[in-house]
Design a protein around this ligand. Structure first.
Ligand code: ZN
Length: 271
């Protein structure tokens, strides 16, 4: 049997022993890749089909918190396709200042190492809160306390299967995270979307900011790069989409160089 890459993966959040803190992640196979390509929903195929088969021991992926999901997905990409990625653009604020007509996003065919993506870690593990109550005093108009929770993978699946209008789609992740609003009984997430839609924008902004602040930890979608033009500090955004799992030939060649002689160390089969 051809070799699969295996690496240890440590979760950011503590699952109180229900899920071990450290697991082994192995690369996904060509069979998994075919499954991914035939699916029109990356989140669903990863959470329900691919990730459960790449983690040892078996864990309930649906119970992972969202930040751990993104970290795990990056690791899966790195053990399966290597760490190199071509984001297609970079942003240099220094260069943008000089050529204000050209916008700030510049096309770029350079590659990044996904291991360089920034991760926001707490100074103290106590900061990794799972729920957060926004006191009514924070709102401009709303007169109720609102409690939000950190979404789990099962919430991501709920978001994927909920059908709402195009303009309400962006509200779904936040809607899924709302545990309670004082004085309102929600039965379905669609009702929370309607409730969010009906808020004054000033109050909606308060909820968004409070959520972002309370649950800011984990992988960011940014990677720092050296500006190809001025050599200064630039960055790019890394989007997790189909392209993320489709490295270029150059990305793979670079990985091969990195592996070098260690290729023989790839362990055979799943651990
Ligand atoms: Zn620059």
């Amino acid at each position: 049997m051809p070799g699969l890459m295996n690496e240890e993966h440590t979760f950011l959040y503590d699952y109180g022993g229900v899920i071990p803190q450290t697991v082994t992640i192995s690369s996904y196979t060509t069979a998994h890749e075919q499954l991914r390509l035939s699916s029109d929903n990356l989140t669903k195929v990863m959470i329900e089909s691919i990730l459960p088969e790449c983690i040892d021991p078996k864990i309930n992926i649906k119970e992972l918190y969202e930040p751990d999901y993104w970290l795990l997905l990056r690791h899966l990409r790195m053990v399966t396709w290597g760490p190199f990625h071509t984001p297609g653009h970079y942003i240099c604020l220094e260069c943008a200042k000089e050529n204000s007509d050209n916008g700030i996003v510049t096309k770029w065919d350079g590659m990044i190492n996904l291991a360089d993506m920034a991760i926001v870690r707490p100074d103290d593990a106590k900061e990794l809160v799972l729920t957060h109550t926004i006191n009514r005093d924070k709102f401009i108009f709303l007169d109720a306390d609102v409690t939000v929770h950190l979404n789990k993978c099962k919430d991501l699946l709920l978001i994927e299967r909920t059908r709402v209008s195009e303009e309400q789609k962006k509200l779904l992740p936040l809607a899924a995270s709302i545990s309670s609003v004082e004085g309102v009984d929600f039965v379905a997430v669609e009702e929370v979307v309607d409730w969010l839609s009906s808020l004054m924008p000033a109050d909606f902004d308060v909820i968004t900011e409070e959520y972002t602040q309370a649950f800011k930890f984990g992988l960011t979608n940014r990677c720092n790069v050296k500006c190809p033009k001025c050599g200064g500090a630039a960055f790019c955004y890394v989007q997790v989409n189909d392209n993320y799992f489709r490295p270029t030939r150059e990305n793979l060649t670079e990985w091969k160089k990195l592996l070098g002689n260690s290729k023989g160390k790839v362990r055979s089969g799943k651990q």
